[in-house]
Design a binder for this molecule. Structure first.
Ligand SMILES: NC(=O)c1ccc[n+]([C@@H]2O[C@H](COP(=O)([O-])OP(=O)(O)OC[C@H]3O[C@@H](n4cnc5c(N)ncnc54)[C@H](O)[C@@H]3O)[C@@H](O)[C@H]2O)c1
Length: 445
C-alpha cells in the first residue's frame, strides 16, 4: 500500500519507518527540511529506530520530501500545541496538513489522524474541511479515522509495534479500513470504536497520568512536613493490591501529559475542577523546587542572589533527549528571578534553548549547589561520585535530589523532594513551616 506520513517528528518518523519495514511504500513529508535527513535526526536516540529506518531506506520503501503526493493512505502526525481558547492555533498544523492532502485525495483513500486533538475534532472540523477542499464525500468517496498514538518516549519503537491501538472511525467503514492498516504494522490488539470516543480515550490516558502525578506531588509536600520519606511510603502503599501511586517530581514535561488535559479543561472548564487543580499543582512544582533551593542555601549562609546552581538533567525526564516543557527551565526561571547563576548539565538532551554542559565534572566547578532534575541512567552511581564533585565545588555545598537518585550525600547539605533535609540517609524532622490554623478553628477544635 502507498502511504504518505505527514510530520516526521517523534511520532511520524518511527511510524513511517515501521510502515516501510512492514512492506508499505512510504513517503515521509515534513515542512521542516532539516527533518528530512533521516540519518542525522536528533530523535534517533530511540532504541531500534535507526535499524528500522535503515531497513526502509535500503529497501527503497522509505523516502522523504517536503510535498505531499498521491497515496492510498495519508497519516497525519503533526504537532497540536495547547493554546488556551484558540482552537484555530492548536489545530493550525493539522489544518495545514489537511490542505496539503486535499488536492491529492482520490476515491477509496484513507486519511488517519494521529495527532492528539480535542474531542469532536475529527468529525466536526477535519471531515467538513476535507470534504470542502477535496470535493469528495467522507464515508463514500474517502474514509477518515482518528487513531491516537500512545507510545512512551524512551521505548518508542517497541511500544509502537506492540501496544494495543485504538482506531476511531468517523463511520463503520472508515473504522474497518483503518483497523486493517494497523493490523499490518502492530502486533498488539486493534480496538475499533468511533472517532469521538477515540479522541476522548487518548485525552483520558494522559489526564490519568497528570492527576496521579499531581497526587504524588501533593503527598510529597505533606510527607516533607511530616518528616517522612515519601518514596518509601509510596513503595509501601503500592504493596496494597489495588494501589498504584506514581512518584513525585520537579514538574511534568514532554509534549503530552502537561498539554493534553487542557483540551478537556478548555471544553468544559466548570466541570473539570479536579483536572485543572492537578495541572496547577504540577505546574507549581518547578517553583516549589526553586524556592526549596533558595531556603536551603539560606541555611548554609549563602544568599540565592549570586549563588551558582547546577541543574542536572534538562530533558523532561530521565533517559530521553526531549526538552519540551522541561522542568529544568521552570526551575531556572525562578532561580534567575532571585539572581542565581544557573548552569545546565545534561549528557543527552538536544535542542535546549540555553547552553548545556554535557560533562558533569566541568559543570560543577565552582558551584554552590547541585540539583538533580531529570534522572538520566548516566546518573546511576552518582552517590559514589559525590565526594569528587564536592571537592570541585565551593565550600559548604548543597545537594538537591528531586528524583530519588541518591540515598545520602556526605559533606553536602542534602535536601530531597518529598523528604526534606536528610543526614546520613535519615530524614531530619525539620518542618518547613507551621500549619496554617486560624484562631477561629483553634477555638472550635
Ligand atoms: N511525542 C510523543 O510522545 C507523543 C505521544 C503521543 C501522541 N503525540 C502527538 O503526536 C503529534 C505529533 O507529536 P510529535 O511529538 O511527533 O511532534 P514533533 O514536533 O516531534 O513532530 C512534528 C513534525 O511535524 C512537522 N509538521 C508541522 N506541520 C506540518 C505539515 N503541515 N506537514 C508536514 N509536516 C508538518 C514538524 O516540522 C515536525 O517535524 C502531536 O499531536 C502529539 O500530541 C505525541
Amino acid at each position: 500500500m502507498k502511504c504518505c506520513v505527514l510530520g516526521l517528528g517523534y511520532i511520524g518518523l518511527p511510524t513511517a519507518a515501521l510502515l516501510a519495514a512492514r512492506g508499505h511504500d512510504v513517503l515521509g513529508v515534513d515542512v521542516d527540511p532539516q527533518r528530512l535527513d533521516l540519518m542525522v535526526q536528533g530523535v534517533l536516540r530511540e532504541s531500534g529506530l535507526m535499524e528500522l529506518i535503515e531497513v526502509g531506506v535500503l529497501s527503497g520503501r522509505l523516502r522523504t520530501g517536503t510535498t505531499v503526493h498521491e497515496a492510498d493512505t495519508f497519516v497525519i502526525c503533526v504537532p497540536t500545541p495547547h493554546v488556551a481558547g484558540r482552537q484555530d492555533l492548536t489545530l493550525a498544523d493539522v489544518l495545514a496538513a489537511i490542505e496539503s492532502i486535499a488536492p491529492h485525495l482520490r476515491k477509496g483513500n484513507l486519511v488517519v489522524l494521529e495527532s492528539t486533538v480535542p474531542p469532536g475534532t475529527t468529525d466536526d472540523v477535519i471531515r467538513p474541511c476535507l470534504d470542502r477542499l477535496s470535493g469528495l464525500s467522507c464515508g463514500s468517496d474517502y474514509f477518515l479515522a482518528y487513531c491516537p498514538e500512545r507510545v512512551l518516549p524512551g521505548n518508542l519503537v517497541h511500544e509502537l509495534a506492540h501496544n494495543a491501538r485504538i482506531v476511531g472511525g468517523v463511520d463503520d467503514e472508515s473504522g474497518r479500513r483503518a483497523a486493517a492498516l494497523f493490523r499490518t504494522i502492530v502486533s498488539g490488539e486493534v480496538l475499533v470504536t468511533g472517532s469521538r470516543t477515540a479522541e476522548m480515550s487518548k485525552l483520558m490516558e494522559n489526564t490519568y497520568a497528570a492527576v496521579n502525578i499531581a497526587l504524588a506531588n501533593e503527598l510529597a509536600w505533606l510527607a516533607e512536613y511530616a518528616g517522612i520519606d515519601v518514596r518509601e511510603a509510596i513503595a509501601l502503599a503500592n504493596r496494597h493490591p489495588r494501589v498504584n501511586l506514581m512518584n513525585p517530581g520537579p514538574g511534568v514535561g514532554g509534549h503530552c501529559i502537561p498539554v493534553d488535559p487542557w483540551f478537556l479543561v478548555d471544553g468544559t472548564p466548570a466541570s473539570a475542577c479536579l483536572i485543572s487543580q492537578a495541572l496547577r499543582t504540577n505546574d507549581g512544582m518547578p517553583g516549589r523546587v526553586a524556592s526549596a533551593i533558595g531556603d536551603a542555601l539560606a541555611r548554609i549562609g549563602k544568599p540565592i542572589s549570586g549563588a551558582r546552581v547546577v541543574l542536572m538533567g534538562v530533558a523532561y525526564k530521565g533517559g530521553v533527549d526531549d526538552v519540551r516543557e522541561s522542568p529544568a527551565l521552570g526551575v531556572a526561571t525562578w532561580l534567575w528571578e532571585s539572581g542565581a547563576d544557573v548552569i545546565f548539565q545534561d549528557p543527552i538532551a538536544t535542542g535546549f534553548p540555553h547552553p548545556v554542559e554535557p560533562d558533569l565534572l566541568a559543570a560543577v566547578s565552582g558551584a554552590d549547589a547541585l540539583a538533580v532534575i531529570a534522572d538520566h541512567p548516566q546518573y546511576l552511581g552518582l552517590e559514589l561520585l559525590l565526594p569528587r564533585l564536592r571537592r570541585l565545588m565551593r565550600p559548604n555545598p548543597l545537594f538537591v535530589d528531586t528524583r530519588g537518585v541518591v540515598k545520602s550525600a556526605e559533606g553536602f547539605l542534602f535536601w530531597r523532594l518529598g523528604c526534606g533535609f536528610a543526614k546520613d540517609g535519615n530524614v531530619v524532622l525539620n518542618r518547613p513551616a507551621q500549619p496554617v490554623v486560624s484562631e477561629e478553628l483553634r477555638k472550635t477544635s
